[in-house]
Ligand binder design. Sequence first.
Ligand code: ADP
Length: 740
Amino acid sequence: MPADDLEFEQMLTEFEARHSPEGLLERYARQRPAYFWFRQVFALGGAAVLFLTGHPQAGLLALGTLVFGDLVDCAFLSTVPRKLAKGVPHKQLYWLTTLTALIQSLTSLALIILPTALGSPSATLAFTMAFIAGAGVNASYLLSFHPAATIVRLATLFASGIGILAYVVWQRHISHEAQLYSFFAFFMILFLIYTFLQYSRRGFAHKTKSARRLLEQSRKLALANKVLHEQESEVRRLALVAQHANDSVFVSDSSGRILWVNNAFTRLTGYSAREAIGAFPAALLNGPATDAATNNAIISAIKAGKPLRTEILNTCKDGSTIWVDTNQVPVLAADGSVEMFIAIERDVSARKKHAKELAAAKRSAEEGERTKAQFLATMSHEIRTPMNGIIGMADLLRDAGLSKEQRSYVETIRYSAEALMRIINDILDFSKLDAGKSIICPVDFDLLGCVESALSILRPKALEKEIFVDLNCHTPLPALLHGDDGRIRQIIINIVGNAIKFTRAGGVTIDLSCTTTAAGHTVTLAVTDTGIGIPADRIDQIFDQFSQADGEITRQYGGTGLGLTISRILAHEMNGDITIRSRLGEGSTFTITLMLDHALADAAQSPSKSPKTDAVKAVKLPGVKALVAEDNMTNQLLMKSYLKDTEMNVLFAGNGHEAVRLARRHAPRVIFMDMSMPGMDGLSATRKIRADTSITQPTIVALTANVYASDKAACLSAGMDGFLSKPLKRAELMGWLNQI
Ligand code: ADP
């Protein structure tokens, strides 16, 4: 069997060449000389008969003529293959070989003519007929190889046969009856030759066709065999891969019964192939702890002939349990029915364990985070409450007609308490931001008002240092924007506060601009000072927590090193950033970029209520009822003192229940509501008051030591109108009273 298609191609080409006109001529040219001696036996036989019947010269002549004619034909034929190879045209050789065939056939007539002429025709007629028949059959044999040569030979024989018959009849050598038999015999011979010719032609055509078909079929068979062989190798390779794969593989029938398992299956489960084959995986591997829902999902997928990937707890042969990731895929037959399932399983116990540990660690981290947040809230509340007392009392003491020296002591107490509050605020803010909690509470606000109010807090310090603080607006500013004005103020106070702190001469310039697009506003605040500057190698670390340019700065200027860290996180929370350019000894520029939303309300509406901090002067509201809900006695005393000059009618409640009761009975115009109180807290009390339609609704302002944005949001959603954080500033309180 030929190895490949190429060999078949070659064989087909050879076949076609052998059956081409040139190929047939060449084969004819080889066949005739091959049977030369065979033919000469007959020539010799004929000559021998002439010799024996007393005509030795005629015998020799006939033999010589016959051999000569055949020699001429064969001699030329033996040169034909070479001539064809040399490129002599086929046509030329075809007609030349026809000519030599004519010579051969004419010379062969010597063995018909001489006996007839020399002997008695009645005696030689049978021989003549037999000769014509033999020579005719011999000539017909090569019809398909050289039709012209065959026709020439047959025509010569036919003509000679007719000639002999005509001669015999004309000479009346034989009886009338013999003549008739002879004619009939001649036509029988012609019919025999014709039949043989047909047989030879059809036989050759049939043989050629069969040989060609056989060759084509062999070729197809070889190709199919090759494909089969390749598929077999592929299947063997895949079987090897599956057998030696690291993942467990098993094949099951359409009902799910195991048909085959690989080595890894045995390694994973402990069950040998013999134990596994024929069993259902669920019966073999499910244990009491296996999830029934997962098992049902697998069974349903098998019934539906659908693929499924899931994780399931398996029980091994030794009783141990493992989590496996199983991927079950149906293999479909040509008609679409499920032929079998292939399941690939991987041990994911370690990953599961890890995920469980991670979840536990996450839970405990969240628990820790909650505890931390709770601790911070408590700390914040607990520190702010007494600080409220210290700062408030210091405020009151300052206005109590003290001597200059006493006044300076009080100022120091107040300044120190405020410094302490700033540190506490920074640390609390940072802890909250560090825990990933957003402290942004956006409202509609006035940007210029926000910047101005921050600067108004800082200006006294600049005045004291005799340095300027200039604000330049480069673009028109929108009347309202949506953002957390409190946190923006915090950033400005921090950056501009630092600029003032680190500048001895010159001043601070703030360049404010705002670009507005459909998406929102991009606010840019460039704060440039003429201060000490920052060494180039420290600029990158300046935003790190607790980081300062150098130790000397802490000694000289104080600070925690948290301000910039918090400011940058806040800027990031507002989709912005803070960048620095600075030269040591020449000054620095801090550029704050903030992305703020469009205001929800239109500019005509007033922004969220906020106290006017410049209203330090006591407001006079004689007889107007105010309710202070506050459980801490120091703070009650402080509020009493703050509100004394307002000439208001102030009521006090120690808890939420009392606050609601007093609100119902006295209908105060304003309520200052502490958030955390025993019994009922400020939020619940506010909700109760707001829900009571019999009460003329007062302005309710939160008064609380809880300072997170979430606290502010909770107060507003409970129905409060504003928010005052402890330690309470008198100016802020007056600001609110101004608005009621
Ligand atoms: P601090 O509370 O120490 O001011 P910050 O985070 O606000 O903390 O600032 C960190 C450090 O960055 C400061 O200690 C100072 O070394 C440097 N710094 C900040 N602003 C300026 C400025 N305008 N000029 C020079 N140095 C500055």
